[in-house]
Write a protein that binds this ligand. Structure first.
Ligand code: ZN
Length: 212
């Protein structure tokens, strides 16, 4: 089956994000205050016309959806054109197979975020953490295989460079395809996000007023 063009994928991902935004509220996600590696300085945000005064979860939900498109395209390219890297990745996956991965199967708005809440954010102590569970359920790794030859290593390195170049190219294509959606994205933020942010700020400033 032919892969749909980037524009079609981007449009579908923006549509999905637009369906998600009206249900967003500041309390529905616990974000960490630390800097997000996916969103910070992401060209996807400038292409979408979004700025940092929009709450991180809203930005992240869009960035993660675009990132999925890029990752999938690079995976497909690797599978079809980079045999040494593909074999290496398959092998690495064998090591992880079967274990519980707390980050797999997450909705895009949670992707790339830490699955465990900060300890001070929970009311009761957690008996176990998701990361701990993943550690326990990891199966015995398969027997190690013979080390790679210098030539094999060099080949994988070359293919990694090609995969990186492909990711960059697809990333640029995604940004271009995203730009025509700016008006839809911005009006969703104005309609569903900004009023909630204003309300939150108002509440905050009411709380700061001295009691009478
Ligand atoms: Zn983020």
């Amino acid at each position: 089956m032919a892969t749909p063009p980037i524009e079609v994928r981007v449009t579908a991902a923006v549509d999905a994000w637009l369906r998600w935004v009206p249900g967003w509220s500041p309390g529905t996600h616990r974000g960490r205050a630390r800097v997000c590696r996916r969103c910070t300085g992401s060209p996807i945000l400038s292409a979408a016309g979004l700025t940092n005064d929009v709450p991180h979860q809203v930005l992240h939900a869009l960035v993660a959806r675009m990132q999925r498109i890029i990752d999938r395209q690079v995976d497909e390219f690797t599978a079809s054109s980079l045999p040494a890297l593909h074999a290496e990745l398959e092998n690495a996956e064998m090591w992880d197979a079967g274990g519980y991965d707390p980050a797999s199967g997450l909705a895009p708005e949670y992707e790339g975020l830490d699955p465990d809440p900060e300890p001070e954010e929970v009311d009761q102590p957690f008996l176990f953490t998701l990361a701990g569970l993943a550690e326990e359920s990891r199966p015995e790794p398969p027997l190690p295989r013979p080390p790679l030859s210098g030539e094999e290593k060099a080949r994988i390195r070359r293919e990694i460079e090609l995969a990186d170049a492909q990711a960059e190219e697809v990333g640029r294509a995604v940004c271009f395809a995203l730009m025509p959606h700016r008006p839809r994205i911005q009006s969703a933020v104005e309609r569903f996000v900004e009023p909630q942010v204003r309300e939150m700020l108002d509440e905050l400033s009411r709380g700061l007023e001295p009691p009478r």
